[in-house]
Ligand binder design. Sequence first.
Ligand code: NAD
Length: 320
Amino acid sequence: MSDQRDTLQFRGRRGEDGTASRQEFEWGAQRMNTVAVTGATGKTGRVVVADLVQHGYEVLAVDIAAGPAERAWAQGLGVSLQCADLTDHGQAVDVLGDAESVVHLANIPAPGLYPAAHTLATNTAMNHSVFLAAAHNKLRRVVWASSETTLGLPFDVPPRYVPVDEDHYPYPTSTYALSKVLGETAAEQISAWSGIPFVALRLSNVHLEEDYALVPGYWSDPQARKWNLWGYVDARDVAQACRLGLTAPVTGASSYVIAAADTIMDRPSAELLAEVFPDVKLTREIGTYETLLSVRRAREVLGYEPRHSWRDSVKIREVV
Ligand SMILES: NC(=O)c1ccc[n+]([C@@H]2O[C@H](COP(=O)([O-])OP(=O)(O)OC[C@H]3O[C@@H](n4cnc5c(N)ncnc54)[C@H](O)[C@@H]3O)[C@@H](O)[C@H]2O)c1
């Protein structure tokens, strides 16, 4: 970190000369990348922050949950943690003021946790206020967590085709999913107004390493996790996608499905489809255990390559 800082020449610092509204930098041969991460103390946020720190980024962690335990965690990583309610635009403007880019993960993270209208109102307020704060502060990049739910989950109504990809959109079936669709729509417009690239990551079901202990319990009933085509993603791969999103050569607002390379099941994907979705069209050949949430676009544009699988942690049951 410090060697990156050493190449930096300051042109003005907020408050020093009374004129600069935000830090302005002249970039040396190496750029200092200061990234605000919202939702930093959450399940995914902690892994994303650790990954960015590990890759030499200066991280400004932001979360409404910022008590003693969260502060101890941040201190352990050498990261500053700011408490803010991001549904409030003023607070969002303030906490993004010293950032170069933002990885925006703060949201109510699933349907059913709160009354439906509250989820819609809260997530929409949070997304709009962070996006507009990014524009206000002239950030370089917004990477943010959209969701696989925008693609039609839960698949009580079968998908139109598989593998489901970015074009299988928008099919929100909950106010949570709708909040993400509205976020993507707002991102398109705010990106066009501001010129800031917005990268939406349509995350599959995020798993930490410790979550994999539950995986064998999913295998006996193929119906149980048909809701997202047996998809998942390791939080470390989400972190990879966030980091790649910060520098990917993109303009405008773009969206990417982010999933593991495989399904969460120990049976071949084609077998699962034949049993549960026999009438759904398969648009291309798939690998034996290949994900049915296509990560092709993320691979091609972001350079994303899922590196983690439940298979690294869980013993596959013996076939008798
Ligand atoms: N977990 C998943 O399977 C999954 C799947 C798809 C998308 N996502 C998205 O990824 C993101 C992170 O999800 P997660 O699973 O880590 O959730 P999480 O609940 O663990 O983390 C979300 C964080 O946002 C913070 N937050 C909530 N309201 C806030 C507010 N008003 N102001 C500031 N901070 C606030 C919370 O305190 C929390 O730390 C979310 O946007 C979620 O919708 C998650």
